[in-house]
Design a protein around this ligand. Structure first.
Ligand SMILES: Cc1cc2nc3c(=O)[nH]c(=O)nc-3n(C[C@H](O)[C@H](O)[C@H](O)COP(=O)(O)OP(=O)(O)OC[C@H]3O[C@@H](n4cnc5c(N)ncnc54)[C@H](O)[C@@H]3O)c2cc1C
Ligand SMILES: NC(=O)c1ccc[n+]([C@@H]2O[C@H](COP(=O)([O-])OP(=O)(O)OC[C@H]3O[C@@H](n4cnc5c(N)ncnc54)[C@H](O)[C@@H]3O)[C@@H](O)[C@H]2O)c1
Length: 471
């Protein structure tokens, strides 16, 4: 067995692990990076990137099918395998950034094998024994396939297999109405599949219900069948028969089945030998992302057991570089973390939802709002549906919800404001170009001051005095 001594050993080359490896090695640390599967992890190969590429193909079909403003196309043809070629081409275009050769070029030792702790200070992978001052667990998560009777007798698609499917599903059953389920449901519907979503509670349950309702109505209007409060009891089917999902709300038969019911954290890294405690949610870490039981070990991204997003993995990675490479104290926060569901319309959230803000701030909370139909740009573009909702306390935003066209882009200034604890005056004093959708956000911010300015008798009195006596 070959022995390697290093400063930092990163396990997992997804968004979190790559951020740590690139940052630490460029700051002068010796880094070993270990990956059992594909470089780039879930986001590049089975998650964000293929899903957004498929959504782009689906949007093209949708816009062509629904000509507007006097512009129409002929009958729209969808070449399903060609849409999948686009997905593959996008992955290949981005791959070099995450590749083994790039990381070796930066100075990392890259090992392509499964890593396992053999002691609290050593890991084994691919015939190497690596002793490191610090270990970073960036091992991510995998699709959760629950133990539902009959599921093992049918072919089950997950996010790891659906993007490779070349034939168009005649009728896709999607179990789970979270972001994966909804993004995939709409994309497949637009690419010409019949789609039924079977959801145990309600669609997009983690989001603001008012905003989620706009997305769910849009999906239904496009022909996605959404069955809510339908608990899956069993699954049946077999070769040539399709697949039937049996629920308390009825039975649903389709040609293909996608399971999108959440994620299972990857914990198969010899954690017990490494003295790293964990629960099914992830590695047990303190606020500095350090294992509570083995202080040489950090966890980032999905493995850390919190929010499961690429930008969170990247944020964690940046914190751990500071902690592990520079020895600085760090604290992972969640109050400024955004998320976006890339349905059409998009749904974006940062900070607290209205319900969370009411619970946290009670009567001090002001909910500000501007509807897209008050935006001249939205009206001109025929995209009036949606709104900006801002949760404000003492003149500062603590949360923002945006649903509508480009919500994922429009949330950016609210992310900056909440991360930097800016006041709403940062919005009202900014001059925005006209006509843009961003103006809706500024209008929402301005509504905080409206009553103070326009319904205040003292202001009216002051204005009358200035008009009479002022120069
Ligand atoms: C369909 C889908 C769409 C998504 N869309 C978005 C989106 O639009 N925006 C967003 O922010 N997030 C999105 N996500 C979530 C995002 O993909 C994850 O949160 C992110 O990839 C987590 O990064 P990570 O570095 O923690 O883990 P991962 O990217 O999962 O990487 C972990 C890596 O560790 C490796 N590994 C595991 N165990 C070992 C071991 N013992 N030895 C060696 N290697 C190991 C794995 O092979 C893997 O490559 C999506 C997820 C899915 C499934
Ligand atoms: N745009 C994005 O940022 C994006 C996109 C996709 C995924 N992701 C990440 O991946 C994670 C996983 O996504 P997801 O959609 O798989 O999980 P999720 O946990 O967000 O949603 C799963 C849904 O499945 C339902 N469900 C669970 N068991 C069920 C059952 N037996 N029958 C019917 N319904 C059931 C739940 O009620 C829930 O609504 C997300 O939490 C998110 O962090 C992000």
């Amino acid at each position: 067995m070959d022995r390697i001594e290093t400063d930092i050993c990163v396990i997992g080359a997804g968004s979190g692990g790559l951020t740590v490896a690139a940052g630490a090695v460029q700051m002068g640390a010796r880094v070993v990076l270990i990956e059992a599967g594909e470089m780039g992890g879930d986001c590049l190969n089975y998650g964000c990137i293929p899903s957004k590429a498929l959504i782009a193909a689906a949007e093209q079909a949708h816009r062509m099918r629904h000509g507007r403003f006097g512009v129409t196309a002929g009958e729209v043809q969808v070449d399903f395998p060609a849409a999948k070629d686009h997905v593959r081409a996008v992955i290949e275009a981005i791959q070099p950034m995450d590749s083994q050769s790039r990381f070796e070029g930066l100075g990392c030792t890259v090992i392509r094998a499964r890593a396992r702790f053999v002691s609290e200070t050593e890991v084994e992978a691919g015939g190497h024994r690596i002793k490191a001052r610090r270990f970073v667990l960036a091992t991510g998560s995998s699709p959760l396939v629950p133990d539902i009777p009959g599921l093992d007798g049918v072919e089950v698609l997950t996010n790891e297999t659906i993007f490779d499917l070349r034939e168009r599903p005649e009728h896709l059953l999607v179990v789970g109405g979270g972001p994966i389920g909804m993004e995939m449901a709409q994309a497949h519907r637009r690419l010409g599949c019949r789609v039924t979503v079977i959801e145990g509670s309600k669609g997009l349950p983690k989001d603001d219900p008012e905003a989620a309702a706009i997305v769910l109505d849009a999906l239904r209007a496009e022909g996605v069948e959404l069955v809510e409060r339908a608990k899956v009891e069993r699954v049946s089917g077999g070769p040539g028969q399709g697949v039937t999902v049996h629920t308390g709300a009825g039975d649903f038969t389709g040609s293909h089945l996608l399971m999108a019911v959440g994620r299972r954290v990857n914990l198969d890294t010899g954690l017990d030998a490494g003295g790293v405690t964990h629960s099914p949610k992830g590695i047990e870490v303190d606020r500095g992302l350090r294992s509570v039981s083995n202080r040489r070990v950090y966890a980032v991204g999905d493995a850390a057991g919190g929010m499961q997003f690429t930008h969170v993995a990247g944020y964690h990675g940046g914190l751990v570089v500071r902690a592990a490479a520079l020895g600085l104290p760090v604290k992972a926060e969640t109050r400024h973390i955004p998320w976006v569901s890339y349905t059409d319309p998009e749904l974006a959230q940062v900070g607290l939802t209205e319900a969370q803000a009411r619970e946290a701030h009670g009567g001090r909370l002001k909910v500000l709002r501007a509807n897209f139909d008050e935006s001249d740009r939205a009206v001109a573009s025929g995209r009036q549906e949606g709104f900006v909702k801002v949760m404000a306390v003492n003149g500062r935003p603590v949360g923002a919800t945006i649903v509508g066209a480009h919500a994922g882009e429009l949330i950016a200034p609210w992310c900056m404001a909440i991360a930097n604890k800016l006041k709403l005056t940062a919005f009202t004093s900014t001059v925005l170009p006209y006509p843009t959708l961003q103006e809706a956000g500024k209008r929402a911010a301005g509504s905080y001051y409206g009553p103070q300015l326009f319904e205040n008798p003292w202001v009216k009195r002051a204005v009358r005095l200035v008009q009479r006596w002022g120069r």
